[in-house]
Design a protein around this ligand. Structure first.
Ligand code: 5GP
Ligand code: ZN
Length: 140
């Protein structure tokens, strides 16, 4: 028996306010919304985090995301939205089944969005750029 709450929602074993469903994904309202209309868009198949999903799932989920986000924004009459995807407990992921948050935003919602940005010490950005580029280009 799969104990993953989102797998159980995808299977229809647990109720949710589903707003959209296709072969690959399911969109439903977050049970503890940051704003009315706060939506979760998940693959029906279980993947723990973004870096685990297949190319097919990635394409199919991203293909629908703009239309879902636009619909949530328009229907809730909000000015914009944040797309959030937490990966790993340290990043605030509580449900270990990958999910996009679509969070409608308003001028006066007090949610905020600016995180405290840092600065690179001399040479660190260049060193990171070099390492990351090398790994991404498979020259590691
Ligand atoms: P995370 O912190 O993992 O990125 O976000 C998990 C989200 O899932 C939270 O916003 C939480 O409110 C939502 N959530 C957790 N359990 C349920 C549930 O059983 N049903 C619904 N609709 N949302 C849930
Ligand atoms: Zn799952």
């Amino acid at each position: 028996m799969n104990n993953c709450i989102f797998c159980r929602i995808a299977a229809g074993d647990i109720p949710a306010h589903v707003i959209y469903s296709n072969q690959v994904g399911l969109a439903f309202l977050d049970i503890r919304p940051l704003a009315a209309g706060h939506t979760l868009w998940i693959p029906k198949q279980h993947y723990g985090s973004l870096d685990e999903i297949t190319d097919h799932a990635a394409v199919e989920l991203l293909k629908e995301l703009p239309r879902l986000a636009k619909t949530v924004r328009d229907v809730t009459d909000s000015g914009g939205y944040n797309i959030l995807l937490n990966n790993g407990t340290v990043a605030g992921q509580e449900v270990a089944h990958v999910h996009f948050h679509i969070i409608p935003r308003r001028e006066d919602d007090d949610l905020g969005y600016r995180w405290l940005a840092g600065e690179y010490p001399d040479g660190q950005a260049e060193a990171l750029q070099e390492r990351l580029h090398r790994v991404l280009m498979n020259h590691a």
